[in-house]
Design a binder for this molecule. Sequence first.
Ligand code: HEC
Ligand code: HEC
Ligand code: HEC
Ligand code: HEC
Ligand code: HEC
Ligand code: HEC
Ligand code: HEC
Ligand code: HEC
Ligand code: HEC
Length: 433
Amino acid sequence: MTCRRRFGWYLGFGCVVWMTAASAAEPPPNSCLECHHAMEEQTRGPATLFLESDVHGQRGLSCADCHGGDPTSSDPMVAMDPSQGFLGKPTIAETPQFCARCHADPAYMRKYNPNLPTDQYAKYLTSQHGKRLGQGEADVAVCTSCHGVHGIRSKKDPLSPVFPTNIPGTCASCHTDAELMDRHGLPVNQHWEYSQSVHGQALLFRGDRAAPHCASCHGSHEAARPGAIAVGNVCAQCHALTRDLFAASPHKAAHESLGLPECEVCHGNHLIRKPTDEMLGVGPDAVCIGCHEPGSAGYASAQQMREAVERVKAQIAGAEATVKQAGRLGMDVSEAEFELREAETKLTQTRAYVHAFSPSALQPIAEEGQRHARAAEEHGVAAIHEFHFRREGLWITLAVLGLLIAGLLLWIRDLERSDAARPPTPPSPPASP
Ligand code: HEC
Ligand code: HEC
Ligand code: HEC
Ligand code: HEC
Ligand code: HEC
Ligand code: HEC
Ligand code: HEC
Ligand code: HEC
Ligand code: HEC
């Protein structure tokens, strides 16, 4: 099966080569591919992988474009002659420059794809990987660690190691390697924690590509730790409103002066969980009490903010029960439900406004939520009243009807009785002839 499919591929590839060759006068010789492919009958070596899936091959590049040498000669001593520009196999340390020869050359890359950025190498040099490589560490990530080699795919290809849902696994190939990370004094729990976070669950298990992968927060080529203050900018790529509220809050200056990481202090980084109301306030699970002592302004504010959230929730819960009851009685509750949805929206906004870190900013929104919930409650109560009113009306009607029917029956019986009491009429005399 595979054999036949691969044969088909080669046939197809052969045709492409033949057609390209036919259009040009001279067949472009490729001794590298031919000889190496012939050597790989039993293995999946460079030539096989290259033919199967490499983006460079698909763009008409081949072995000698990367490795140099003379692809017109089938004499290996000539084809792979270093004095004729054959580069051979680059070492790990040489690899970034090896790829950058083309990828950092805008004039060259523009001929193939004017939209493809040419900053990967420049960014790589600023990454922790690039810096350490420059210091002689050969076990950090280089281009081929993340992209592979001879089988490099476009980032849009779902099989590419840098396709969004595959990125965490690609980074984890090293960042869960305890021996490697030990050498660099780094923990190995990032991938494990990330996979359990709201983000990891969304991306890895539900395929939601709006959720961040490792490179969304660290950068791909420029991968490094975000600084304490820059964390907020990282999260702001997607949580812009939250970040705006935070930036205008008294916490902003506090974080800056104390060097506290912006969102991370309360949410963590890799193991970000779905927030709960318990995080807010002065209860045992509240994050606020980590810094705000009882008696301080922050402590009192945290308590007030939580109480405001609880008031909306309680109002909504009460209204919901009423509206449900009205619904069960078969009444039209669409207006009440609309108000309930508005109240829920305000509750969500109230929770977001926690990040203004000011009770006076949060309370008005909470109060709006309460107003909508109250309106829903009123609609619900009115519907229940209406139901009872109609039911009472029905009983009265039924009672009146019942009385009428009873009256009618009595009347009929009376009629029958008076008929029975009357003397029988004598038979009429026979008609005279
Ligand atoms: C006639 C056969 C033949 C031709 C033609 C040929 N090679 Fe090779 N090549 C070999 C053999 C044999 C080896 C050594 C075995 C191995 O490393 O797989 C080799 C090794 C290599 C290596 C690995 C060198 C290293 O340092 O480990 C590269 C890269 C390479 N060839 C690229 C090329 C390129 C590019 C061309 C065309 C310009 C080419 N070859 C042409 C047979 C050939
Ligand atoms: C996009 C650039 C690129 C192209 C195109 C390319 N190679 Fe390579 N090749 C590399 C790099 C980078 C390495 C070093 C890989 C590593 O570090 O393990 C390499 C390594 C090799 C090696 C050493 C053995 C190995 O597998 O690591 C051989 C042999 C080889 N290439 C042959 C080829 C042949 C034959 C072709 C054409 C079919 C080809 N290469 C096309 C970049 C390229
Ligand atoms: C730490 C992993 C990693 C390393 C090292 C790395 N890349 Fe990437 N690369 C990625 C990821 C992830 C993407 C896709 C997301 C993106 O575009 O940032 C990517 C995308 C690309 C793209 C497509 C860019 C685009 O915008 O379409 C090119 C080209 C590329 N890399 C080349 C390179 C080159 C050249 C090097 C070495 C100088 C390199 N990469 C090193 C992870 C890496
Ligand atoms: C001889 C020049 C050259 C060299 C050397 C080279 N590339 Fe490329 N690369 C290209 C061209 C041309 C493209 C196709 C661009 C296009 O059409 O989108 C490409 C495309 C790519 C893409 C796909 C980009 C995308 O997402 O669409 C990746 C990834 C990539 N190269 C990585 C590498 C890596 C890693 C190396 C080093 C091992 C390397 N390249 C070496 C010329 C080169
Ligand atoms: C080839 C293995 C390898 C791969 C693949 C790899 N890394 Fe790394 N990474 C390392 C090593 C080793 C270090 C430690 C460098 C040092 O000594 O500071 C490192 C360091 C880092 C750091 C800096 C940590 C610090 O303490 O400053 C970040 C952030 C990082 N990597 C993110 C990533 C991301 C994101 C990816 C995937 C897109 C990735 N890495 C892929 C090996 C790798
Ligand atoms: C939601 C954003 C986010 C995502 C997603 C993310 N990180 Fe991080 N990462 C951070 C932050 C924030 C830090 C802490 C930076 C600091 O301390 O300066 C960090 C720290 C790190 C470090 C330094 C060592 C450590 O654990 O503190 C490494 C290595 C790292 N991350 C790798 C990864 C890898 C691998 C992935 C994917 C599996 C990943 N990160 C996903 C935000 C993220
Ligand atoms: C690439 C976009 C992106 C980045 C960057 C990002 N997030 Fe998220 N975040 C999301 C998405 C999408 C969700 C919703 C996931 C889901 O469906 O459960 C989410 C969910 C959350 C949630 C849970 C919200 C809820 O109501 O359940 C929190 C908390 C969170 N992110 C905090 C952060 C923090 C802190 C950072 C920075 C360290 C960050 N995010 C970076 C996109 C992002
Ligand atoms: C990492 C420490 C830290 C955490 C955790 C923290 N705060 Fe703060 N907060 C500060 C600092 C520092 C200030 C500025 C100094 C001050 O006013 O106490 C501040 C100020 C405030 C202020 C303005 C002061 C005022 O007059 O009321 C409010 C409100 C506030 N925080 C609320 C909260 C709430 C609510 C939480 C929990 C969701 C929380 N904080 C968690 C450190 C923290
Ligand atoms: C001082 C602690 C603290 C800081 C700093 C903080 N948060 Fe929150 N965050 C909370 C609390 C507490 C909640 C839960 C509120 C609730 O559900 O009642 C929350 C809820 C959230 C939610 C879910 C609710 C919503 O807003 O949609 C997101 C998303 C979020 N935070 C993102 C961020 C981002 C991004 C940053 C940085 C700009 C950040 N947080 C900074 C304490 C904090």
